[in-house]
Every structure is written in structure tokens, then in C-alpha cells.
Design a protein around this ligand. Structure first.
Ligand code: AVJ
Length: 319
């Protein structure tokens, strides 16, 4: 018998083995999104406690004319980490681009989503790119020097700590080039109780999303984890301005993954996600620190979420 492992599987295996070998066990949040995880995330966005998606969607609808005015017509839209976002049609409707380039690491979905988008917009050229959106990408081969509009909704930026967020935004600036625009959604700092329930909904969908990571390890890496011995925890970290998700061992546990043995004490955790929240002024600092100039920002009346338009310099500034 022969097994063919994909790059994605070996990447997952290596991250899990390395992460569970640390003193504070950790698994990077990008591994939530297998098929089941992506389904569960879609369900999270429909929970009454999870305010980001509906708030950002309303902001996109409300300010579509402003976005068009600030971006101008005819820009190629480049979406970073497109997934199966329901917000994409709103932006496409607002700016009617000639070309749409969704970039996503998960190639299975990407092809599906790209086909659906192309079908819904017969005049739009859809050019999906399967790849890691954290790396700068050369787009000239596809679109020459056409003007570009980046789209990074959902406060995905929140999964990166400030230094990594600056690196990422710099990389977007490099990919998009001079005189580009970026529409980016950033979740705001607020009453921690509002944030904590958003990451621990009453229906238990976020708990299932977090615990699915353990099921994924069992499915894909031959893990022997008894998932019932873990529980979901969401905890606001005020000093660092982030909500943390952990998987907490409810008792002393031991399990094997890919032939290696791991043990955890009762109460010990696997840290699975950080979601940073910013103040509006901090968002502007992030922009300027990473080669972007803020053009506009909108928030809802409760100041839950913010939607920004940023620009890169008109001419190349020597580094
Ligand atoms: C997709 C990273 C923006 O941080 O709110 C939702 C993921 N985790 N509920 C977020 C998530 C738990 C989400 N992001």
C-alpha cells in the first residue's frame, strides 16, 4: 500500500507535533478550517452573540457608494483568504471590477467558490490563486499593471499579533503595489463580556468549532484523543487586547498522534486561537506602520466593528 500525503497534511502534522511539544501547548488557528471546521465557522457567523459578520455586512452595504468613490472604477479586486465569504458579492456589486482574484490556501474550496462567483457574475473574469496569502505574490503576469483593490474582511487580521499584522499588511502592500486601495474589516475593543460571549455562544457552535480541531487530528493524523476529555474556553486577555481560545483538559489525559505520545494534566490547555481587538486609533497606527495611509473608516452605532479604506503611496517610496 502507498499513501500520498499532500503538502497541507504534512504542514498540519508538523505544526501539531511541534505545537504540542511546547510548554504551553499551541495549535495555530489556521488549522480550524477543514471541511467541517469551515461549516462550523459559517454557523458561528449566524449566532446571535457573534456580532462581527452581521455588523461588517451592514457596513459594506451602507457604504458601498463611498467605497466606489474612494476606490474608483475599474480596479482589479484581490481578496486575501477568500474562503466562502458571503461579503464578496457585496464588494463586487459595489465596485464592479473587470477581474476578481481570490487567494486561498485551501484549493478545494477555492475552485468551487470561484466557479460559483463566475456563474453569478457572467461578465467578471475570476482568476483564483491557490496559495499562502501571508507571502507577497506577483500579480503582473495575470493583470499587468492594472490598478488594484485589496479586500480583507472579517477581522482575519485579528488572528495576527501586532508585529505579524504589520508584516502581513506590508506584504499586501507589496503584492498590490503603488496607488492601490485596501478595504479591511477590523474588530474593535469593547466590553469584554460582549467579546467573551461572541466566542462562547449559548448554542455551543464555537465550542464545537474549537473541539473539531481534536477530531481533525484524530481523522488526519491517526490521533487517539478522547475528545470528550476536553472542553472549550474563551478568555479575554486585557493586557494583550485579545480574546484567546483554549482546549482545556478536564482530567489528566494521554494520547498518541502520528506515533508520538503526549500527556496533559487536568486543567492544562492547548491554546488554539488569538483574536486581537483594536481601537480605531490603533488601526490607523497599524496602517501607517505597514505602508498604508488611512482614507476612510466607518463603524456601527454601537462601535462594535470597523470598516476601513486605506491607500498605498502614489509613487514608489524608496525603502
Ligand atoms: C475568522 C479569525 C475572524 O476571530 O472572530 C470565530 C474566527 N473564532 N469564532 C474571529 C473565530 C471563533 C474569527 N476570524
Amino acid at each position: 500500500m502507498s499513501d500520498l500525503l499532500t503538502q497541507a497534511q504534512t504542514d498540519f502534522a508538523q505544526a501539531v507535533l511541534a505545537g504540542l511539544s511546547q510548554r504551553q501547548k499551541v495549535i495555530p488557528a489556521r488549522f480550524f478550517y477543514d471541511r467541517r471546521g469551515s461549516e462550523l465557522f459559517e454557523q458561528i457567523t449566524a449566532q446571535p452573540e457573534y456580532y462581527p459578520t452581521r455588523t461588517e455586512t451592514a457596513l459594506l452595504r451602507e457604504h458601498s457608494a463611498d467605497i466606489l468613490r474612494l476606490a474608483g472604477e475599474g480596479r482589479v479586486v484581490v481578496e486575501f483568504g477568500s474562503g466562502s465569504s458571503a461579503k464578496t458579492p457585496l464588494l463586487l456589486k459595489a465596485v464592479r471590477p473587470p477581474i476578481y482574484i481570490p487567494i486561498d490556501i485551501s484549493d478545494a474550496y477555492l475552485a468551487e467558490a470561484a466557479q460559483a462567483t463566475a456563474k453569478a457574475h457572467p461578465k467578471l473574469r475570476v482568476v483564483p490563486i491557490a496559495g499562502d496569502f501571508t507571502m507577497p505574490l506577483y500579480l503582473g503576469g495575470v493583470i499587468g499593471d492594472a490598478p488594484r483593490l485589496g479586500f480583507f474582511p472579517g477581522s482575519t487580521i485579528g488572528n495576527f499579533g501586532p508585529p505579524a499584522a504589520v508584516d502581513l499588511l506590508r506584504s499586501f502592500a507589496a503584492t498590490l503595489g503603488t496607488d492601490s486601495r485596501l478595504v479591511i474589516g477590523i474588530d474593535l475593543r469593547k466590553d469584554p463580556r460582549v467579546i467573551e460571549v461572541a466566542y462562547d455562544d449559548a448554542a455551543g457552535v464555537t465550542a464545537a468549532f474549537n473541539l473539531n480541531l481534536l477530531h481533525r487530528i484524530n481523522r488526519e493524523l491517526g490521533g487517539t484523543i478522547d475528545v470528550d476529555t476536553f472542553e472549550h474556553r474563551a478568555e479575554w486577555n486585557d493586557g494583550l487586547g485579545r480574546i484567546e481560545m483554549h482546549l482545556v483538559a478536564r482530567q489528566d489525559v494521554a494520547f498518541d498522534i502520528a506515533g508520538r505520545r503526549f500527556a496533559m494534566r487536568e486543567g492544562e490547555t492547548i491554546h488554539t486561537e488569538n483574536s486581537y481587538k483594536y481601537r480605531i486609533e490603533e488601526a490607523a497606527i497599524l496602517a501607517r506602520a505597514s505602508g498604508w495611509e488611512p482614507m476612510a473608516v466607518w463603524t456601527d452605532l454601537d462601535r462594535l466593528f470597523s470598516l476601513h479604506v486605506w491607500a498605498t503611496a502614489k509613487e514608489r517610496i524608496e525603502p
